[in-house]
Design a protein around this ligand. Structure first.
Ligand code: DON
Length: 331
């Protein structure tokens, strides 16, 4: 049985928290067999179904790392947050939100149906593929190298190193992306795109193929949790308004058509990717009792076995457990 409620007043030391999280990770690792690794991008099918890792990062370097924390994986849909922020900074929030809405779609991430059936004036939100591809087309630059540059710049500023694009994943996606091409052609035909289709799709495949670890996701999550500021240096890395809109989008649309359930049962802004990553941003909270990470934390999870919505199956269950134990919900 997984270790349950604790008296956090006496058990807040890093060592205690580490023991609890180790216990929870080994419990939820068994749940990986309930999911399946993604295979529609052929190389993603090579991931190890049993992997599960988590990093939780708070202020002053307080970090809990447990399980398979050193396995690199690609951002996939988590990159949609970064490209949205970059696009808002480059063009202005009003320009961006004139072209992409902020409403949950209630459909699969790669659905095209609503765009056509409802004759939308703009894609539902920047976190589904139609919206994300539109955002990528809005980014400044004529080539995919020019467009991806500021995405990598922002990541470098947050992570302290420049992440690389995993070429194998990029090529695997580029060669197998009939659905994204279909979405792209639809967006082109309906005048949503602001750059050449090929350049837009190429940039989108590159941003999805940026390689990171759970430590990196936790660091980005921590900055988002603090409204764009690194709480250790007080440096503003993401403008406050962009950070706050991103968290609203993560909460309402970040887990695709399971976002409502995630908000209800976990209650933390989060975004998943099809390679099995989840980023979560738990803002500082006020509680009468002592609880872990009261000053907020960023969480990175990796678990490539996915549920039928495309979210890490063990990752979601682990996050739900931690959020409940530590009262991390924003509600
Ligand atoms: O558009 C795609 O197919 C991927 N590169 C990204 C999708 C993704 O991560 C969706 N996740 N749950």
């Amino acid at each position: 049985m997984v270790q349950g409620s604790a008296n956090w007043n006496t058990e807040l030391s890093q060592e205690w928290l580490q023991n609890y999280v180790d216990d929870w990770v080994s419990f939820y690792r068994k749940h990986t067999s309930d999911g399946k690794v993604a295979s529609y991008i052929p190389i993603l099918a090579e991931a190890n179904q049993d992997h599960l890792g988590i990093t939780i990062l708070g202020k002053n370097g307080m970090a809990i790392r447990s399980g398979d924390v050193d396995i690199p994986f690609t951002l996939q849909s988590i990159s949609k947050i970064i490209s949205f922020i970059v696009g808002c900074v480059e063009r202005g929030i009003a320009y961006m939100l004139d072209r992409v809405d902020v409403e949950p779609a209630g459909e699969a991430f790669n659905s095209i149906m609503h765009l056509e059936m409802k004759q939308l004036k703009k894609p539902f939100n920047p976190l589904i593929n139609a919206g994300a591809i539109t955002v990528t087309s809005i980014l400044e630059g004529e080539t995919s190298e020019e467009k991806i540059g500021p995405i990598l710049d922002l990541l470098e500023k947050m992570l302290g190193y420049r992440p690389k694009i995993n070429k194998e994943v990029y090529l695997s996606e580029k060669l197998s992306s009939t659905r994204n091409k279909a979405i792209g052609y639809y967006l082109l035909e309906t005048n949503f795109l602001e750059s050449e289709l090929d350049v837009t799709l190429d940039t989108y495949f590159k941003q999805c193929s940026i390689e990171i670890t759970v430590d990196d996701l936790a660091r980005i999550g921590m900055i988002l949790a603090n409204d764009g500021v690194n709480p250790d240096t007080q440096e503003e890395i993401i403008p406050r308004q962009e950070a706050r809109i991103s968290k609203a989008l993560m909460l309402t649309c970040g887990m695709y058509d399971a976002s409502g359930k995630f908000a209800t049962y976990v209650g933390i802004p989060a975004k998943s990717g099809v390679s099995g990553g989840i980023i979560a941003a738990a803002p500082p909270r006020v509680r009468e009792e002592e609880l872990p990470f009261l000053e907020g934390c960023g969480i990175g999870v990796y678990g490539p076995a996915l549920d039928d919505k495309g979210n890490s199956i063990a990752g979601i269950r682990l996050l739900r457990h931690i959020a409940k134990q530590w009262d991390l919900s924003i509600f």
